[in-house]
Design a protein around this ligand. Structure first.
Ligand code: ADP
Length: 267
């Protein structure tokens, strides 16, 4: 899965990874479903270990264009994982109170505690994406944010948080199909937002803003992964694998009970 990690010292271009790529798994869609169930179980065990050990914190950042599959990723990758150990925070247009603070204020408050997995559905990266594309603050303000974000994420990792950032990479054609599917199915109308069409019209500007994010904020301590996401099954398998590898690398152990349990007989 290393192929999808954006290297800090190498220029990354969007064209380097195709949203259709499926070279990491030689599966059919049906085989992928079975494989994902196995990975779900593995993730469940690792999450329990993370919770039991109570030492590490895991932050998962999900970003992508509208309909890239952020919600679907959360539903499918974490299926079966104990809901007590995993939380999701979605970041919407900031409230007045949030805007009265610095942009990392609402983010820092939502970061994971020890033993917890926190998933960010959108994140502080909106402050160099939508904010840049729609000129919500002047360039001299957002341009400083890449370095601020790197420093902030460094602080989190030095204090025991492991950070994984996933950019769900879809093509404009795939987005069109997904929007159309929402329009065609009344049970999906609630997901359709005409504002999303305005963002779609700014596709090129968003891709440029994403490319800058990937180049400037993929660090050794908080790497970005560009996930080919035109195929939902491939996206799910890839993210599940990266999460499992990352959690295994933490070399976690179940804590010992403080009491000696060896002589206990339950009557
Ligand atoms: P979803 O995340 O499911 O698309 P919404 O449709 O409510 O949820 O979209 C949230 C919106 O909030 C997005 O358009 C996003 O760009 C916007 N948003 C998130 N963070 C910020 C921010 N810091 N500044 C301005 N807009 C933001």
């Amino acid at each position: 899965m290393e192929r999808y990690r954006v290297q800090p010292d190498k220029k990354f271009k969007m064209e380097d990874i195709s949203p259709d790529d499926k070279s990491g798994f030689d599966s059919t869609k049906e085989e992928a479903k079975i494989k994902l169930l196995e990975l779900n179980e593995e993730l469940e065990t690792l999450q329990e270990l993370l919770y039991a050990e109570g030492k590490h914190k895991l932050l998962v950042v999900l970003q992508g264009m509208d309909a890239a599959g952020k919600d679907g990723t959360i539903r499918h990758v974490f299926e079966g994982v104990n809901p007590q150990g995993v939380s999701v925070t979605g970041f919407k247009v900031p409230t007045d109170e949030e805007l009265a603070h610095d942009y990392l204020w609402r983010i820092h408050k939502a970061t994971p505690r020890r033993g917890q997995i926190m998933i960010f559905n959108r994140s502080h990266y909106e402050d160099v994406l939508v904010v840049r594309v729609k000129n919500l603050v002047p360039p001299e303000v957002w341009k400083k944010r890449y370095a601020q974000i790197n420093a902030f994420e460094r602080l989190l990792t030095e204090e025991g948080t492991t950070i994984l950032k996933f950019f769900l990479h879809i093509s404009p054609e795939e987005q069109k199909e997904r929007f159309q599917a929402r329009l065609d199915d009344p049970s999906k109308h609630w997901k359709f937002n005409t504002g999303d069409l305005k963002d779609r019209a700014l596709w090129g500007k968003y891709q440029k803003a994403y490319q800058d994010v990937l180049n400037r904020t993929s660090t050794k301590w908080a790497p970005w992964y560009v996930i080919p996401a035109n195929r939902k099954w491939y996206r799910n398998l890839t993210i599940a694998c990266i999460m499992i590898d990352t959690l295994k690398n933490l070399k976690m152990k179940y804590p010992k009970n403080k009491e000696d349990l060896s002589g206990i007989v339950i009557k």
